[in-house]
Design a protein around this ligand. Sequence first.
Ligand code: ATP
Length: 295
Amino acid sequence: MKLNIQARAKINWTLDVVGVLPNGYHDLDMLMQSVTLCDEMTIEDAETCTLSVSAQDGTLVPADGTNLVLRAAAALQRETGCTRGAKMTLKKYIPVAAGMGGGSSDAAAALVGLNHLWGLKLSMDDLERIGLGIGADVPFCIRGGLQRAQGVGERLTPIALHHDLHLVAFQPCLGLSTKEVFTALHEDGILDSDRPDNEAAQSALIAGDAAALGRAMGNVLEPVSRRMRPQLDEAIRAIEASGACGARMTGSGSAVFGVYSDAKACERAAAELAKRYPTCRMITTAPCGVVIEEV
Ligand code: ATP
């Protein structure tokens, strides 16, 4: 059996830190969204687990045991005692260290794909539990769509999105390490004015109201990341000037996105922004995180 899998990226409509958990991690409250931009994986039967990685833009992503795909395969074998292998290939299209859940979506794709290939019959809840051991965003990437994500991101509540929304996204500068951004947040603190309005953003998403969504979006990590990467300011201003209803950084950065009132406005803005930011592309909201096709 051979599987072609799409591992979809995510963006954060909102990201708020609402407290500290008993284990010392930040208690988050976020609206997370799968989008059409994706990495492409293939998985097929083999004696042992192997991975080859290629990146469109030449970015270096390790293909060794530190890659989240191989960590996901090892976690699945440990959990189930399965001794089968798989030959896996990964084509990276999601920018790296961008806050778009690149590695997490690949881990999610590996868990869902290998569960199918190896006939393990684990439930989605089981896969999410195993995924959480690999990374906080992996459970979201397995479920996908639009979710209110709380705790470290593992407490997921699905929200029905009735209208596709159109966005631009790109990484205007070098990547950022999630750990470094959270450490810097600890030193800088959070201003109330940087907080998103999660309730208003959720209502706007349900109503398909891009203008109200733009006003309610927010990310408490943005000021810290903007200080570390001043190019983020310029990129967000450029998206705003292109007619977006709102522009923000996603996750801990360093990718930024903008949301538009309709597909035409988004297409025009993407073409204009691409002159200055060649990696800028138009993307659309997606209803799930992992898409599997048997070939
Ligand atoms: P998140 O949004 O989940 O916080 P991110 O999008 O900011 O993550 P990634 O693209 O996942 O960050 O990359 C973070 C680091 O993880 C990279 O420096 C890379 O070396 C490592 N990594 C491990 N596996 C992968 C993978 N499959 N794809 C990309 N990076 C990976």
